[in-house]
Design a protein around this ligand. Sequence first.
Ligand SMILES: *[C@@H]1O[C@H](CO)[C@@H](O)[C@H](O)[C@H]1NC(C)=O
Ligand SMILES: *[C@@H]1O[C@H](CO)[C@@H](O)[C@H](O)[C@H]1NC(C)=O
Ligand SMILES: *[C@@H]1O[C@H](CO)[C@@H](O)[C@H](O)[C@H]1NC(C)=O
Ligand SMILES: *[C@@H]1O[C@H](CO)[C@@H](O)[C@H](O)[C@H]1NC(C)=O
Ligand SMILES: *[C@@H]1O[C@H](CO)[C@@H](O)[C@H](O)[C@H]1NC(C)=O
Ligand SMILES: *[C@@H]1O[C@H](CO)[C@@H](O)[C@H](O)[C@H]1NC(C)=O
Ligand SMILES: *[C@@H]1O[C@H](CO)[C@@H](O)[C@H](O)[C@H]1NC(C)=O
Length: 437
Amino acid sequence: MGLATHLRLGLIWLSLAATVYVFFESHERLNPTSEFRRAQNDSHRFTQALNSCAHSNDVQPPIKEQQHWSSDENLTVINRDFFEYLASQLRDTRYPGVETHTRYVVAKTRRKYLLNVKPLRPDFGPVLNDVTSFNYPIQISRCRDPIVRGGPSLFVAVISAPKYFHKRDIIRRTWQRHLQMQSDLNSMNLAGFGFIVGLTQGDDGIQKRIEDEGKTYGDILQIEMIDDYYNLTFKVVGLLNWVNDHCSRVDYVLKVDDDVYVNTHNLVAVMNNLNSSEHSMYGSFAEGLPNRGGKWYISFEDWPWSNYPTYFRGAAILMPGITIGPLLAASQTTPFLPFDDTFLTGLCTAKAAITVRISDRFFVGGATEVPEPCHVYTSITWLTDSVAQLNNSRWATENFYNNLTHCTLNDPGGANQTVNSKKDKFHFIFSTRADGQ
Ligand SMILES: *[C@@H]1O[C@H](CO)[C@@H](O)[C@H](O)[C@H]1NC(C)=O
Ligand SMILES: *[C@@H]1O[C@H](CO)[C@@H](O)[C@H](O)[C@H]1NC(C)=O
Ligand SMILES: *[C@@H]1O[C@H](CO)[C@@H](O)[C@H](O)[C@H]1NC(C)=O
Ligand SMILES: *[C@@H]1O[C@H](CO)[C@@H](O)[C@H](O)[C@H]1NC(C)=O
Ligand SMILES: *[C@@H]1O[C@H](CO)[C@@H](O)[C@H](O)[C@H]1NC(C)=O
Ligand SMILES: *[C@@H]1O[C@H](CO)[C@@H](O)[C@H](O)[C@H]1NC(C)=O
Ligand SMILES: *[C@@H]1O[C@H](CO)[C@@H](O)[C@H](O)[C@H]1NC(C)=O
């Protein structure tokens, strides 16, 4: 049997299996080997039946003949060995899209739909995750509506680990201050700013300090969830839910990690050039492939496919405010992945029909200890690997825009151009890219 047939078969089975409810026959009673052979045999007959009816108008699979599952309008029963056989056929094939992923996970995990949760978008399908019931023990104020209509309005969410008091402190004294200055000058409108933290496990005084920090600065948004590396998807979804309730009218939401420096000059210029009515998201392309070992490990069972959809490096992304509601609705109906960036910018964007727009200068690595003037000029955000580098980025940025340091761009053909930092704007180009390329 050809691979294509296997696949077609697998997908039909998965979609049937996911119809309403999946039931696996009691495992103990079965001899896996003979079950597996029977499953193979069944799939042969199933394929033959499919082929033989390919010429007729009757495209219904021969449901009545199957012994390993049965179906009525509300119930699909599938044998676990048979499911595993089908799943093995998917291994290392191309990722087929978010709908098939959803059906696959529902069938695999016997996920029940949450009938008591109100769907945000009934057209997105049944609810799988309760994404609208988060609690927020420490809050920030809702987004302000602009008094004077300056430039685009922005809510900034800095994803931060509870214990990183120091990084938050540096950010408040560096790029957040720059952003506030831009806002005061009306080149943009800073509608809200928050550090997004979760709960610490085993309280060692950190919770008390965070509460004090929240009282002092009013910029801590705490989500009631365990702040764990492998739980970042919960955190991002909790953030989307809060923004949807309290900030949905902003033009843009910037989500950055607490080790990212933001060049507010370039951010504001880019926001002024983009169209916030477009259903797009902006960031830098992540080259990630499913990893079968190491830190980003995902098993074949959880992700049988050979590739991920196009997604962003999650450390810095810019989302128009109008995409927040659709993204939250997508997260309600799409099974979670442990990797928040793949989940949000790869799966949920596809579900919500949001275009992923890529610039390799949106989030940049490899800055020197004091970033070079040309690095400052050509980058919107960059990764820092120490608190000192985060701090130094402020001087690198201020010196460049105050004309104390200079960037000379190499032009291999003609004369090298020294940038006039007061006037010359670097032209950031966002492109859509074919899946995984
Ligand atoms: C496969 O199915 C056919 C038709 O039902 C049956 O005659 C045959 O014994 C089956 N073979 C195995 C290995 O189960
Ligand atoms: C399927 O579910 C619907 C709605 O819950 C119910 O009205 C219908 O009777 C069910 N059909 C069968 C065959 O159980
Ligand atoms: C993630 O957070 C949720 C909500 O607090 C919790 O139920 C779950 O156990 C956490 N998972 C991990 C891996 O920490
Ligand atoms: C912005 O995008 C919207 C939606 O695509 C479109 O209707 C509008 O014309 C665009 N505005 C500009 C200035 O391009
Ligand atoms: C950040 O830089 C300023 C000015 O150079 C310096 O006074 C301060 O100690 C630095 N802070 C850290 C944490 O490096
Ligand atoms: C910036 O500095 C350069 C070199 O020091 C100087 O030639 C230029 O006039 C300065 N530009 C402005 C706008 O001050
Ligand atoms: C431009 O800069 C490069 C590298 O700094 C240098 O090798 C080259 O000679 C310069 N070209 C001109 C025309 O000055």
